[in-house]
Design a protein. Sequence first.
Length: 357
Amino acid sequence: MSSTNTILTQLTTTPKEKPTVEQLGFGKHFTDHMFMMDYTIEQGWHNARIIPYQPISLDPSAMIFHYGQSVFEGMKAYKTPAGDVQLFRPERNFKRLNISNDRLCIPAIDEQFALDALKQLLSIDKDWIPSEPGTSLYIRPYTFATEPFLGVAPAKSYHFIIIMSPVGAYYSEGINPVKILVEKQYVRAVVGGTGEAKTGGNYANGLKAQEIASKEGYSQILWLDGKENRYIEEVGSMNIFFKINGKVITPALNGSILAGITRDSMLHLLKSKNIDVEERRITIDEVVQAYEEGILEEAFGTGTAAVISPIGQLKWQDTELTVNDGQIGEVTQMLYDTLTGIQNGTVEDSFGWIVKL
Ligand code: COI
């Protein structure tokens, strides 16, 4: 790295009280420090700094507020029983951040530098990593446009920030099966759109449908493709898998589905256990038919925040599908135990996924 990318560090003089495990929830508490750097056309990415967690000041005309030029990542750090700190496939997150940056015309960050910066930030705030089962430190890197300008064009200035939040389960159900509503009115993304990028607009677009679903008692919505409204894509905050007649099936990546890192890890894990797994197009009708034939054995979602979340109930139009009697399935449980074991350092990582601090 050039000397302009040396990371200046300013430590807080007023450390915050850490939440108890009962207070954790998801994304409500933030550690004492944050990482930040700036981009200008003249200087590129520069002024890398670790500073006390604090509000940031932006011009009211900053382009992020108007045209949504912003992308983010979600990753986690874990504390092992021996007290070591470890990350799960973090290089994948920074790679994906740059894929999203590219889609939104945001200048690429240096992935290795970002990982080094994250490790420095983590070493300062490592006491914030909870170690109770089901907890971790959620890490949110994000980039966004800061140029004060109202014309529609890629901005000329940006921030790249990393904040960190000690978390428990994403869903209040924890590892218990969730209820999912299959969306029939709204769409999340279309091929050629931004569905594959991790940009806030994709999530803002989903809020209306999610609000309706949550009023009806569902945790999340399952999106179908935006063109034919038949093919299964993903759930609001996770990728989806079905086990049908002994075979695990997940929708193939098609440009409008987020390429989940947990999704990819599950494909590797399933293959390593000699479980049949297929990435292919799958329609909601096929799932309903499998249910009617009694061969829909399991359904689960995967994501960094959601981890592995069993799906106990799916509603499509007037059909209510109860999966595996609303209980977590055998394969889902195995994947959850193996994944969280590798992440927490209690199961050997034979895939080379873990990066130690
Ligand atoms: C994640 O799983 O890290 C995500 O980014 C999903 C998020 C919308 C909570």
